[in-house]
Write a protein that binds this ligand. Structure first.
Ligand SMILES: [Zn+2]
Length: 831
């Protein structure tokens, strides 16, 4: 027996040895020298599988999700054999340090570093570097793994990467051409940067609207690394950028987080200096907006950093930059591999300190506000809960009683009587700092030059009233009873209120089932039972749906599925207001929607619309390429949506004529943001740009050269929140209050419509409620349009100066889009 065991263990050792001998470098495995080809996503995954199968005691590969195009999302956990044996304990210890799970952690936990590659699909060198980093780490740099756990996500955005790589492979010359003008350096629309729905995943960490982000957050929050690096690429003439980051830094960022990213940066600099590679730090890429791959991890306790290599979708396998130096994929891989390994080295050298400081980060006793209390529509509260769940942020319902604190919207101290329906989010929890960032009523900026929007507070975005309290607000235990409706075959029909996106989902689900639904343009009170219904309520009558044999079953099932409370009514005769058969109770047509896409449209804006209709409303759309607009039979559609974009010649005189002919017949054009530029001041459209006379214009500009960049910020609005006045008797604003907080993304300004409906607008001398707006930009915003409708013939143009679907996170704006499509000027023309 003993002899047998001896033989067995000998065989085992032999297998292990031969396995590690079989470990191949990326080049050997792929069959080409790394950097001479772009590797397709599946090849990269195959390499990671090869390494984890060869060294199973050191490299664990886990699938954490799947993209919209069904590519797998993988993370790799790499450490010493000893650590991997105890990997669950190490992970749990770390969560204990953060206070996410209870109990005392053991000391000497390894430090955890997470490296995310290729979030922007066409910044394609980084995924190649991920393979080289992995290989170097487990061959030459084993020492670093004694006290670190390295997590590598080789490709955060596989759909975008393969879009780029496949395009490059089919376009590139052989050998590659370094001429900047060659086709291989000019990606076609939409490029490989975004994911399937054309979202920028590096703006989506906090909102997690995309499947890649929400899947990643699930695993990220079970690890909470001390260091996170997000690998990117920038323009071909900017050599390399690494930490420390640029101002503004969010005030919540700790001294340690500021300090240690400088140390890491200096270590990177050492290697770059030794190789004679150029780099810069501190000038760009600030740490403010919470939805980036550097800020999100930072607000979750890590040192979160962005590394940017020269390259991007332009560089291909090699390109001559403006300084006549060839930039090759091989160079790019070498740089990203170097910073990755240098950062792991710093992590290893400071593992103990990192853990100590990490633990400190989660002490939230000093935060100014202790509780955020939100009050309003229950669907909106549910939507906030859904978002908080994605981040493992806990919440409770309020206990009845007085709450005092800072009132959102006014910025003044006030009191408020809380009810048990109000949601409380406390900062006295491990994710308290992230709570502070996501809920802060006004972002503090110590520098006005930022890379992104400056305001995002959740109560504003979700359309909820809120108060920020310096005391812990009392909570209660409320159990919610699920909405369950029962059928009433004797009634004349059912009515459902119209307040939120959930109501919109209910509407589109019924339309898809060919149920006929009406909505009221005037309020009314039903007779039996006596209930008041606001404008825009959904009225589903038996009379309209005679052809549907299982009418009641369909309505009840759909309502229960969507958790809608519907009311059965006994008679169409109203106690007051319009009866159900009134001409003011209008049939909602099953709108045929087209959306402009392709060249000249903003791929982000198109993607937001595509995702909104397909993934949220589950309602079909036809995407019309701008190149085919001239031959598109518009009469096949009720609605045409033009996303934000730079249309130039696409919306030329002929195109506008074609659109107007279609609108006059009853078509509805919805124009968003930048597309308004192509309609403004044009014959046949009422939209006019709002220009305030600039008296300074004739003066010579004496602003010094060095101050021009800063001076330019006076004209900027970088995502700031403004209060607009709303005409909520107009169908576009059904379900809204008399004011609406709009997220203004730029300084475009249009006059109020003389001929048309000004549905939402800014009044005289507006000031942002939150976020940055330059003083010159503000001057032009007084009395300007936010949303409006112009009637042309039988049809309409709907102007959306602000994009309500921006990054899909401004939850309270989305109903304007639904209303525009289904309620506004609902006179259908024959299709
Ligand atoms: Zn990038």
């Amino acid at each position: 027996m003993q002899k047998f065991l001896l033989v067995l263990s000998f065989i085992l050792i032999a297998i292990t040895n031969s396995l590690s001998q079989d470990l191949k470098s990326p080049s050997d495995f792929l069959g080409y020298d790394l950097g001479t080809q772009f590797s397709r996503h599946h090849q990269v995954i195959d390499y990671f599988k090869h390494v984890s199968q060869t060294l199973p005691n050191q490299v664990l590969l886990e699938q954490y999700g799947q993209t919209y195009e069904r590519r797998p999302l993988y993370m790799t956990i790499i450490s010493s054999e000893e650590n991997i044996k105890n990997i669950d304990q190490i992970r749990e210890n770390n969560l204990k340090n953060a206070g996410v799970i209870e109990g005392n952690s053991t000391s000497n936990n390894p430090a955890i570093i997470w490296l995310s590659y290729n979030v922007h699909g066409n910044e394609a060198s980084s995924t190649e570097a991920a393979m080289k980093t992995l290989y170097t780490l487990i061959t030459e740099k084993q020492d670093l793994l004694k006290n670190t756990v390295v997590i590598i996500d080789p490709c955060v955005n596989p759909d975008g990467r393969d879009r780029y790589v496949n395009w490059y492979n089919e376009t590139s010359s052989m050998p590659y051409n370094t001429d900047q003008q060659a086709s291989e350096h000019h990606e076609p629309w939409p490029g490989g940067r975004p994911n399937h729905y054309l979202f920028d995943l590096n703006r989506d960490w906090a909102w997690a609207t995309q499947i890649e982000s929400s899947s990643r957050l699930k695993v990220y929050n079970t690890w909470l690394p001390q260091i996170h690096v997000d690998f990117h690429e920038q323009g071909i003439n900017n050599p390399y950028y690494f930490a420390p980051a640029a101002e503004p830094f969010h005030e919540i960022i700790s001294e340690w987080q500021r300090h240690f990213q400088t140390e890491i940066g200096q270590n990177n600099a050492k290697y770059f200096d030794n190789n004679g590679w150029l780099y810069f730090t501190r000038e760009r890429f600030d740490l403010l907006y919470p939805s980036y791959g550097d800020t999100y991890p930072t607000y979750m306790g890590a040192i979160g950093m962005t590394y940017e290599q020269a390259g991007h979708g332009r560089a291909g396998l090699g390109i001559m930059n403006d300084e006549a130096t060839e930039l090759t994929l091989k160079d790019r891989i070498a740089h990203h591999t170097t910073t990755g390994l240098s950062t792991i080295e710093m992590t290893s050298q400071n593992a103990e300190k990192l853990n100590l400081e990490f633990k400190k980060f989660f002490d939230n006793t000093d935060l100014k506000y202790k509780s955020y209390v939100m009050h309003g529509n229950s669907d909106k509260i549910e939507a906030v809960k859904h978002l908080l769940d994605k981040h493992d942020i806990t919440y409770k319902y309020a206990a009845k009683g007085k709450v005092s604190g800072m009132m959102y919207g006014t910025g003044k101290e006030g009191k408020y009587e809380a009810t048990e329906k109000d949601l409380i989010v406390s900062t006295n929890q491990p994710k308290g700092k992230m709570v502070t960032v996501l809920f802060e009523p006004d972002t503090k900026l110590n520098d006005s030059i930022t890379y992104d929007i400056t305001a995002w507070s959740i109560p504003y975005a979700y359309g909820l009233d809120a108060i920020a309290s310096k005391q812990e607000v009392k909570t209660s235990i409320t159990t919610k009873t699920p909405t369950l409706n029962t059928k009433d075959t004797l009634g004349v029909g059912y009515i459902s209120a119209w307040n939120s996106l959930k109501d919109a989902e209910f509407l589109t689900a019924l339309l898809q089932k060919n149920i006929k639904i009406r909505f009221n343009e005037k309020p009314f009170t039903t007779l039996k039972p006596e209930l008041k219904y606001d404008r825009g309520s959904l009225i589903i009558t038996r009379g309209d749906n005679k052809s549907s044999s299982d009418f009641d079953d369909i309505i009840i099932e759909t309502a229960n599925l969507h958790k809608r409370k519907i009311q059965s009514i006994a008679t169409g005769y109203s106690k007051s207001g319009t009866d159900l058969g009134s001409p003011d109770v209008k049939l909602i047509h099953k709108q045929k929607i087209a959306i402009l896409s392709g060249k000249s449209t903003s791929s982000l804006s198109y993607g937001e619309l595509w995702h909104f209709f397909e993934q949220q409303l589950h309602y079909p759309i036809s995407s019309i390429n701008t190149e085919h607009l001239h031959k598109t039979e518009l009469d096949k559609y009720n609605v045409l949506i033009i996303p934000d974009g730079y249309y130039g010649d696409v919306l030329n005189e002929n195109a506008l004529k074609k659109l107007q002919t279609w609108i006059k017949k009853g078509g509805k054009l919805v124009a968003i943001d930048g597309s308004l530029k192509s309609l403004a001041n044009k014959k046949g459209f009422a939209l006019k740009t709002n220009k305030v006379k600039d008296t300074t214009k004739t003066k010579s500009n004496l602003v010094p050269y060095a101050e021009r960049e800063r001076e330019a910020t006076n004209k900027l609005i970088t995502g700031a929140i403004f209060k607009s006045k709303v005409d909520n008797t107009h169908p576009m604003a059904f379900g809204y209050d008399k004011s609406y907080l709009t997220l203004k993304l730029g300084n475009d300004s249009y006059s109020l419509l003389e001929n048309g409906y000004n549905v939402a607008y800014l009044e005289e001398a507006p000031k942002p409620i939150s976020g940055f707006a330059g003083k010159d930009a503000l001057k032009e915003l007084g009395n300007s349009l936010v949303f409006g409708e112009e009637r042309i013939g039988k049809g309409s143009v709907i102007y959306m100066v602000d994009n309500p679907l921006f990054r899909s996170f401004w939850e309270n704006g989305k109903l304007f889009m639904v209303n525009s499509v289904f309620f506004v000027n609902n006179n259908r023309f024959e299709l």
